[in-house]
Design a binder for this molecule. Sequence first.
Ligand code: FES
Length: 130
Amino acid sequence: MNTSDIYREEIIDHSKHPRNFGKIAQPDLHHKEKNPLCGDEIELFVKLDSHKKVKAVAFDGAGCVISKASASLFTEAIKGKSINELEQLSAKDVLEYLGLSELTPTRQKCATLVLETLKRGLKNYQQKTK
Ligand code: FES
């Protein structure tokens, strides 16, 4: 088994059994974003601790294997991160969490849907807490 097979297995596992799937009541940061290419949606819920670091995170919605696996791995990876660290996250980090070095542009949209959702949610959060 080569490395890409292992990654593929991990992606399938996360899409079948997504971690942090569900909702969080009264989240500090919350947003629902649609992938304009397919109409799939991801809703993200983030609860912050007193130091404004991610205490809990959950996501909901329906999407393809890549978008679901990406959201699952992404939500695992951002636990404990500060607002500042969340702002720095890029598509490169998303691919790294997926264990992939590249994706086609269409698949990249699927993978980064959760990132876009977080970025919009962060903007709303900052406007609210200004
Ligand atoms: Fe819709 Fe991937 S096909 S998010």
